[in-house]
Design a protein around this ligand. Structure first.
Ligand SMILES: [Zn+2]
Length: 110
């Protein structure tokens, strides 16, 4: 799998964890690992290309989730059936592709 794509998937998982931990902190729990999450996040971001990081941030702000899987050729963000010729089999997950409809970053889950 493409390194940038792998980083993006990890980044999104981290962000979901951060959000949950922050919510818990708001109701009075404190977490030491929130700091560790922030550090891990900073490491991932430092390896991401700038334009990809910007795209990720923009999509997350807009939709809440920037990276979505393709299942049965359907974008799981907007449920568009993707054109089969959009990408060749060999290129699956080897490059960062975005949905032509919603613009989310796509990966093949199988
Ligand atoms: Zn889409």
């Amino acid at each position: 799998m493409d390194k940038q794509l792998l980083l993006l998937i990890s980044l999104q998982e981290l962000d979901i964890m951060r959000k949950e931990k922050k919510k818990e902190e708001e109701v009075g729990f404190e977490f030491d690992d929130l700091k560790q999450l922030e550090e891990a996040r900073a490491r991932i971001v430092s390896e991401l290309k700038d334009h990809i990081n910007r795209k990720y941030t923009r999509l997350t702000n807009r939709y809440g989730n920037a990276v979505v899987p393709i299942v049965n050729n359907i974008c799981q963000g907007c449920y568009l059936v993707l054109p089969t010729q959009m990408i060749s089999v060999e290129e699956k997950n080897e490059t960062v592709v975005t949905c032509p409809n919603c613009g989310r970053i796509l990966y093949w889950a199988d």
